[in-house]
Write a protein that binds this ligand. Structure first.
Ligand SMILES: [Zn+2]
Length: 319
């Protein structure tokens, strides 16, 4: 792949300084190499798959020799109809992957000197590309499963006599949602958003191989798993690890998601909760990968993606 010129051989890092000192052409070539990775950077018509095309270098677009379809490197991807320069898009990706606890859209808008809304939509497009990588994964080996609740904070009343017992179900907010993480010790982490922990059992059926061993805590929602898998439980009120059985990897994921909630976004809930949950799973799974490689993985996922239906105006208006 022709992305080697971006990453130095020794430290596979990519600094903002390096991005901003590169020319727009070089940033463009990076995206082009990632988009047409299978043909070593040679343009492929997205409509008919033809390998021959006329290139207009000045406008950075192509015309298919077969069907005359005009296209660019971002046509049909999440970055289709981009207005930002390729350098800015690459910089956005570097800033985004560098934030171990996530990056606030306001911070990104200040760093890139763009509007808050632009930064907000751009970050969500990057999350969508990250999620794409996890879409078809199946988990095997030892799989830890655990749930954590997000959103629906109930503020205690001022006076003690007015306060309610917030532990009771009747006093909880209906905005509270449960993130369930399934984390293979030898592979990926897959998060899902459900109403209650036990609701995730049907999803486990789809995403966890039948030969896997599941580690879960004492939560009664997981009892159903014993029917389909070799399931081992650890009672957290007694010990965090019991004869090697623990859900510490799952807890580590929640630690990162909580830090993103408390330290960066202050509020991750509602309709976007799954997007943040996916982002943090991606970060957890790639935590030992250098930032330059991470940036190329995200940029590659963006270039391999289809046009976003959630984050482009057309579908939002037409829905
Ligand atoms: Zn064509």
């Amino acid at each position: 792949m022709a992305i080697h010129f971006l990453l130095s051989a020794k430290a596979r890092t990519l600094s903002l300084k390096a991005v901003f000192s590169m020319s727009e052409d070089k940033a463009y070539e990076t995206f082009k190499a990632l988009r047409f990775a299978e043909t070593d950077g040679e343009a492929v018509c997205p409509r008919c798959g033809c390998l021959e095309s006329y290139r207009n270098a000045k406008r950075r677009n192509f015309e298919c020799a077969g069907c005359k379809h005009q296209f660019t490197v971002t046509s049909g991807t999440i970055f289709a109809n981009r207005k930002m320069s390729f350098t800015d898009l690459l910089a956005a990706i570097v800033i985004f992957v560098n934030g171990a606890k996530g990056v606030a859209a306001l911070q990104l808008s200040r760093d890139l000197d763009c509007q808050y809304k632009t930064a907000f939509v751009l970050s969500h497009k990057l999350r969508e590309a990250m999620a794409r990588e996890q879409a078809s994964v199946q988990l095997n080996g030892i799989v830890e499963i655990d749930g954590g609740y997000f959103g629906g904070h109930v503020r205690p009343e001022n006076r003690k006599e007015d306060r309610k017992d917030r532990r009771l179900k009747a006093h909880r907010s209906d905005k509270r949602q449960c993130v369930v993480i399934m984390r293979s010790r030898s592979g990926r982490s897959l998060p899902f958003v459900v109403a209650n922990e036990g609701d995730a059992c049907p999803i486990v059926r789809d995403r966890v191989g039948t030969l896997a061993t599941i580690y879960a805590d004492e939560g009664t929602g997981w009892d159903a798993l014993h029917a389909g898998w070799d399931t081992k439980r650890v009672n957290h009120s007694v010990a965090f690890m019991d004869e090697g059985v623990c859900t510490n990897q799952a807890e580590s994921y929640f630690s990162r998601l909580r830090r993103a909630e408390i330290g960066t976004h202050h509020h991750i809930a509602g309709p976007y909760l799954h997007a943040y949950a996916n982002e943090m799973a991606w970060r957890e799974d790639h935590r030992r990968v250098d930032n330059g490689r991470q940036a190329m993985l995200v940029a590659g996922a963006v270039m391999a993606s289809r046009q976003s239906r959630s984050w482009t105006g057309y579908w939002q208006r037409a829905a």
